[in-house]
Structures are given as structure tokens and as C-alpha cells.
Design a protein around this ligand. Sequence first.
Ligand code: DX5
Ligand code: ZN
Length: 222
Amino acid sequence: MTHLPLLAPSILSADFARLGEDIAAVQQHGADWLHVDVMDGHFVPNITLGPAIVQACRTTTDLFLDVHLMVEYPERHIEAFAAAGAGGLTIHTEASPNLHRTLQAIRALGCQAGVAINPGTPAEALQPVLPLVDLVLVMTVNPGYSGQAFLPETLAKVRTIRKWLDAARLPARLQVDGGISAETLPLARAAGADVFVAGNAIFTHPGGVASGLAALRAALAE
Ligand code: DX5
Ligand code: ZN
């Protein structure tokens, strides 16, 4: 299924002292979704945001809140993030021994369900749950930090999952996250991705967020 491509700025690269202003700026300049990176210091080394920030985002924007849970035991936290206003909750295969159960629980909470794989995880790890998800996330860096270099070897998995989704006529979106820039976005798009998360390419663009978003939008048209 062909979807219009979406740009999802990751607020992990925003200025947290001016988060509301940064969110307003990306919304004004054409962000489609807002990506919220939740890290627990266990699944990944870094610690970032929790439900309180999602709730604060919800009060300041009507953008879809795409919440990426890089946490152990995600099933313990989905209810709090749903109540905080998440539109979608994405869990990692590596952190979820009972994938079906947690994905079904996410949908039962009224959120879109997403499943993610790290660069070292084969695409086959999420194949069984493709009919249960609204979003598939192929990490194009090892999760934990913004500003890392894109790993081109992950593109083969994007191509494989695109084929599986198309062959089974499944509507899930296919997202890439990590090191996405005006240079790497076209590679991921050609491989079949249709949602592009970007942190540094937007929030630390030397020309400001308007230029960062414009450069990515132009790269979508390549
Ligand atoms: C990585 C996070 C990403 C990251 C993106 O662990 O999931 O969303 O913040 O940042 P950039 O685009 O700077 O790689
Ligand atoms: Zn992310």
C-alpha cells in the first residue's frame, strides 16, 4: 500500500528549555508527526522522557504523538503513555518476549501499535506480528542517542519488510529512525520507508528548523 511520506521530528534534539516553542516551530513548518523518544537507562544507556513530557506535548500541539519506547518491560508503561495522550506506541522486539499480547494491549488502549527492530535484529523477528501493527520501525542506528551516523546496512531490512507488507497487502507504515538527513532520506525512501524520523537534521540545522524541514521535504521529492 502506498502512503504519503511523513516527516516526524524527534524532540530529543529540541531545546528542552524551550520545548513548546520548538514544537510550535516544527508544526508551523510542516512536521507531520512528533516523535517522542523514551529511554529508560536499561534497554538503552540513556535516560530521556516520560509520560509527563508526552502530556505536556499533548497540551501544546495537536500533532500526532508517535512515542518510541526504548524501555524494558514496555507492557508496564503503555497505559501511562496512552493516558498522557500518545497517538502511537512503538515497542521493540528485543524488549518484548510477548509481542502479540503487548501490541494487542496497545490497540485496546486506543493507540496505534508499532513494532521496532534494532540494527542487529533480523527482519524475521517482527514478521509474525505484521498483521497486528500500524507501524514497523527499522532502526537505522543503535538506539540511545541522537546525532549518530546512519547505518546503510539496515536498508536491506527496509526492502525486505516493504516486500512482505506489499505482498500481504498490509497497511502498516514503515518508519526509519536514526541518522536521517537530506542525504540518507532518499536511500530509505527508495528502500520503501514512508515515515522519516529526524532529530539533528531538523533541530540543529544551521538555518533553523524551517530550513531543516525544507531540506528533508525537498529530499522526499528527489
Ligand atoms: C535514537 C532515537 C532517534 C534519534 C534520532 O535512539 O530513537 O529518534 O533521536 O536522532 P537523529 O535524527 O539525530 O539521529
Ligand atoms: Zn526514536
